[in-house]
Design a binder for this molecule. Sequence first.
Ligand SMILES: Cc1cc2nc3c(=O)[nH]c(=O)nc-3n(C[C@H](O)[C@H](O)[C@H](O)COP(=O)(O)OP(=O)(O)OC[C@H]3O[C@@H](n4cnc5c(N)ncnc54)[C@H](O)[C@@H]3O)c2cc1C
Length: 372
Amino acid sequence: MASKGHIVVVGAGVTGLTSACFLGEAGYDVTVVAAHVPGDSSIEYTSPWAGAHWRTHATPEEPMLCDWDVQTFDYWLDVMEREKQDPKLPKSGLKMYDSLHYWDAPVKEELWWAPRVKNFRALSSLQEPLLTISKRIPAHAPAIKEAAACRAMSVNVPQYLLYLQEKARSMGAKVIKARLPVGSGLEDALTAAESHAMVDGGRRPDCFVNATGLGAAKLCGDEAMYPIRGQTVLVKGEAEAIRTRIGDGYTAYCIPRPGAGMTILGGTKEVGNWSEAVDPETTARILQNCSYIVPELLTGEDGGFEVVSAQCGLRPARQDGPRMEKEVVGGRKTVHAYGHAGAGYQNSIGSARLVVKMVGESIGSSIVSAKL
Ligand SMILES: Cc1cc2nc3c(=O)[nH]c(=O)nc-3n(C[C@H](O)[C@H](O)[C@H](O)COP(=O)(O)OP(=O)(O)OC[C@H]3O[C@@H](n4cnc5c(N)ncnc54)[C@H](O)[C@@H]3O)c2cc1C
């Protein structure tokens, strides 16, 4: 099939790589240019720090995000089904678990997603696992008031990022590791990206995708961007189920990492905190909160978790939600796709499909400056 054009995707997080895969599938030549690529570890690269599981945060007031999350759920189901049918396919690192939801107060969030996940059901306090958990929670600590269960996915994030990169490469995408200049404007950064993409005789790009996450704050001076810092603890053992407990001013969660024999425990949501330093008191609080809801991993000699590491990541949040927008920057057609906050994995499929649509509109359009 003749190429529809050459697209440079800036960013190799879950947003950029998923977009690269969908652009490749749609018939474009793709070059990914990124300061960090799968396997790298940096506070500037959010994707490797995620849990990650599918548990939507979108509300009915955010219909686009609801739709993206459902698209991702359905697409991931299909990926897992195809892997089951054909053991020779590359392994994505996706797996289905029971996902248990606990609330310390009567549920306020609208559970619009309940019919869209698998096997959603309310749980009574008079049945397991609540009987056991209730006994573990000390009398002075808040009790669980409501609970529900469903089936949902967990993602082995290091594996999934490598899987996406290899998938993009298998469709002909090039991945170039390079940091683009910041501080002199997006136009200069795109000029640099173009030079990288044209090394070795690559054709002039027809369009750019800006999937730089929190990096967009500096790359295009977007003052609406801010971090939501999340501290987590990696422990030994693969938990039997995903758990999320929402309390007054805190969240405790457990996300098994499929096939890795490890589990991520969390966590915090610290708005505006740019620090990558792990706070030992927060680690202790995460372990304490999770000890009530993840009893099967209390395998340490002291009766606690076997801690592998503690770490922080910065969710790339943006006032008014992700920026999905077409722009012409110094004559270069550009599609912005950043600011997915704490939902980049579960947003990824719907977001990538929208990127493909906007790239098609940009290239097909003779309008010099268009905004969605
Ligand atoms: C603790 C924690 C738990 C999370 N749990 C979940 C979860 O359960 N489910 C979920 O869906 N999401 C979760 N998230 C959110 C998710 O991780 C993010 O939304 C997602 O990783 C954002 O991906 P991204 O590709 O947009 O950005 P990033 O992963 O940050 O990628 C940005 C890319 O842009 C590149 N870049 C930036 N600036 C430049 C530059 N100047 N030059 C060149 N390249 C540049 C970087 O190198 C990188 O390749 C969690 C996040 C955290 C921190």
